[in-house]
Design a protein around this ligand. Structure first.
Ligand SMILES: [Fe+2]
Length: 395
């Protein structure tokens, strides 16, 4: 029997026509108790709809790890490496993660202090706040009323390890409170009403689909080269007000001040990643970690009229690299293209980490306790870029 799927409830801000193929609720099933047939259908639905929600389910860390692993049976370690966060104290990711001792691939994230939790006697959690990451901040008098996208990203180490195929997020404790206004503060006047502590998603497929022709051509011909240890590299730098990348102020750590690194472990990925089920191209770039842009020349016979970098390019000017990417990614985080998930306790969300970008949003007061379990696994393979036909079609 086929699994039952229902559309996700969209907020009034969303352009429903752009979400026809995004997000489904899997009705009446437990993510830890799927038959092999149901699991197969769930896996296919995930790649088709990019985000799946199971409601009112009690999920153990073991269940969560098993489902996450089922998408890539050869994967084993957490997306950033098991227990690695301790050894890289300079990384900007360090304070956000607490490992569940019994299942080290599952991380406890949230806000406030949690006691006797899955073998952790006491865990002090802090919801990431844009105030410590962005160059500018919402005025303190607007705190808790207004907020920003913290950081648009893919869950990925972007060095040595490969980007996980899926991420699972399980909401155990979800504080209720008023909606907040997510400000873009980029001069556009854009803002978005969001539920407290939402996780915001945008589709990488939509990000590619809405690009003008010349930028689609650039996207299918380009690869990005990430910095070695990107989260350490970017730590002294500050983010843009939209959370979609870093301000270019020359604050990144010089490469010779990074922890030891090897050229062979530096990641170079295509800008667009091919969906293994639908064949669609998803624009999948983690803007904060990118250092260089590598553009292939137009294929033979392609129309050169209006083409960007028709003869190819290797762009190493960081400011220029970021400006090009920002121009391509910013349209897709417009308020009507964002799905802000309205968390309820015992929501279990599974998302296609190679098909969406997501961001933490919101501000909590220290006494608001939020507890989530997050799991993703460094993949056994690199993402697949566009094929020859894709390049022909879009270049
Ligand atoms: Fe994430």
């Amino acid at each position: 029997m086929a699994i039952e799927l229902a559309p996700l409830p969209l907020p009034a801000s969303a352009d429903a026509s752009k979400f026809a193929n995004f997000g489904r609720e899997v009705v009446g099933l437990h993510p830890g108790k799927l038959t092999p047939e149901q699991l197969k259908e769930v896996q296919e639905a995930l790649y088709k709809y990019d985000a799946l929600l199971f409601r009112n389910v009690v999920v153990t860390p073991e269940d969560q790890y098993a489902l996450t692993k089922s998408f890539d049976p050869q994967s084993e370690s957490y997306g950033h490496g098991n227990n690695k966060t301790e050894s890289t104290k300079k990384s900007i990711l360090h304070p956000d993660l607490k490992t569940i001792p019994r299942v080290p691939q599952v991380q406890l994230i949230g806000n406030g202090t949690v006691y006797n939790h899955e073998g952790l006697a006491e865990a002090k959690l802090k919801h990431p706040s844009h105030t410590t990451f962005h160059k500018t901040r919402v005025p303190p008098e607007d705190d808790l009323k207004a907020t920003r996208f913290y950081r648009w990203h893919i869950d990925a180490a972007l060095y040595d390890l490969n980007p996980p195929k899926v991420t699972t997020l399980y909401g155990l404790k979800v504080p209720q409170g008023d909606t907040q206004t997510c400000r873009y503060d980029d001069g556009t006047g854009d803002e978005l009403t969001v539920p407290l502590g939402t996780t915001a998603f945008v589709s990488g497929r939509t990000m590619f689909d809405i690009l003008p022709k010349e930028y689609q051509s650039l996207a299918v011909r380009s690869k990005v080269r990430y910095a070695p240890h990107p989260y350490v590299w970017m730590a002294p730098a500050r983010a843009m007000s939209t959370g979609l990348g870093i301000e270019s102020e020359g604050l990144e750590l010089p490469l010779d001040e990074l922890p030891p690194w090897e050229e062979a472990k530096v990641k170079v990925f295509p800008i667009t990643w091919k969906n293994p089920v639908t064949g669609a191209l998803h624009f999948q770039v983690h803007p904060c970690g990118v250092k260089e842009l590598l553009v292939d020349p137009l294929p033979e016979g392609a129309d050169r009229d209006g083409a960007l970098y028709p003869d190819g390019a290797h762009i190493t000017d960081l400011k220029q690299v970021r400006e090009i990417l920002y121009k391509m990614q910013r349209p897709a985080i417009a308020p009507d293209l964002v799905y802000p998930h309205d968390w309820q306790e015992n929501d279990f969300v599974l998302f296609h980490n190679r098909g969406v970008l997501h961001s933490v949003v919101g501000a909590f007061s220290p006494d608001q306790v939020r507890a989530f379990h997050q799991c993703n696994l460094a993949a056994s393979d690199e993402p697949t870029g566009p094929n020859v036909d894709d390049v022909k079609k879009y270049a």
